[in-house]
Design a protein around this ligand. Structure first.
Ligand code: NI
Length: 230
C-alpha cells in the first residue's frame, strides 16, 4: 500500500530548504546505492555528512514524529537520517529494490527498511519526467507529487524513477523501520485507526456509539501489543 502524506512541509519551508540545498555541493549518487542498484542509478546526491543535509533531515524527522497521519501509517520505530537527491539532464534510477538493512552513518546502528519515503522538494511543473513508479500488489503506481508532499511505500516494492528530461527534480528520501514489520498487519492497523478517527467524529454524543468506539480503540491498541516489536 502506498500512502500520500500531504503538506509535510509548507511552501515557505520548501523554498527555504531549496535555497539551502541549491547552495551546497552535490556528488555522484551511485556511491550510496547497493551493488545492483548502483548500476542503474544516475543522479546527484548530497554527501551524508553534509551539515546542511543533516540539519534539514533532523527537522523533517521532527515534523514527521508528531504528524498524526504519518505516525498512523508508518508506526515508526527508527528513521534513517533523510538524504537528498537531484535528477537532471536525463538522470534516472532503473528498477530496483532497496537494501533490506542500512546503517545510520553517524552511529553505525542497523535499521531494517520496512518503509521507503520520498519527500518531493520540486513542483511537478519544474521538470519533465522524474516519475516514481512503484510496483505493488495493486499494479504500478505513478507518483509525482507537489513540493512538500511525501509518499510512503513498502520497501519490498520494486520501483524506478523515469528520466528527467528537462529541469531538475530535487527530493529527500529515507527509510523507516516500523514497529509493525508486516505490511499487511500495518495496513490493517492504519485502516482501523482511520475508521476509529472518522467514527469518533461523526458519532460524538451518541452513547452506545461512543462505547463501541472505545472498544474499537481497545482492539487497535491490543493488536499493536500483539504485533509491535521494539
Ligand atoms: Ni529505491
Amino acid at each position: 500500500m502506498t500512502i500520500e502524506i500531504p503538506s509535510v512541509l509548507t511552501k515557505e519551508q520548501v523554498a527555504k530548504v531549496r535555497q539551502e540545498l541549491d547552495a551546497t555541493d552535490w556528488v555522484d549518487g551511485s556511491t550510496t546505492a547497493g551493488g545492483q542498484a548502483a548500476k542503474t542509478k544516475d543522479n546527484l546526491q548530497l554527501p551524508t555528512d553534509n551539515p546542511i543535509g543533516e540539519q534539514i533531515g533532523a527537522s523533517i524527522i521532527k515534523i514527521l514524529t508528531t504528524h498524526p497521519l504519518f505516525v498512523s501509517a508508518a508506526l515508526p520505530l527508527h528513521f534513517l537520517p533523510p538524504m537528498f537527491n537531484k535528477y537532471a539532464g536525463g538522470g534516472s534510477f532503473g528498477t530496483h529494490v532497496d537494501n533490506a538493512i542500512r546503517h545510520i552513518p553517524q552511529t553505525g546502528q542497523r535499521i531494517r527498511t520496512d518503509l521507503s519515503a520520498t519527500l518531493f522538494l520540486s513542483e511537478p511543473d519544474e521538470y519533465e519526467g522524474g516519475v516514481l513508479n512503484i510496483e505493488d500488489t495493486y499494479g504500478t503506481q505513478e507518483v509525482k507529487l507537489p513540493a512538500g508532499h511525501l509518499i510512503l511505500y513498502p520497501s519490498t516494492s520494486l520501483h524506478h524513477v523515469t528520466p528527467v528530461t528537462s529541469g531538475a527534480r530535487v527530493s529527500s528520501f529515507f527509510w523507516i523501520q516500523s514497529m509493525i514489520r508486516d505490511n499487511a498487519q500495518r495496513s490493517l492497523l492504519f485502516d482501523l485507526d482511520c475508521s476509529i478517527q472518522r467514527l469518533s467524529q461523526e458519532l460524538d454524543g451518541i452513547e452506545a456509539a461512543e462505547q463501541s468506539s472505545v472498544q474499537l480503540t481497545g482492539v487497535y491498541h491490543n493488536l499493536i501489543r500483539q504485533w509491535a516489536e521494539m
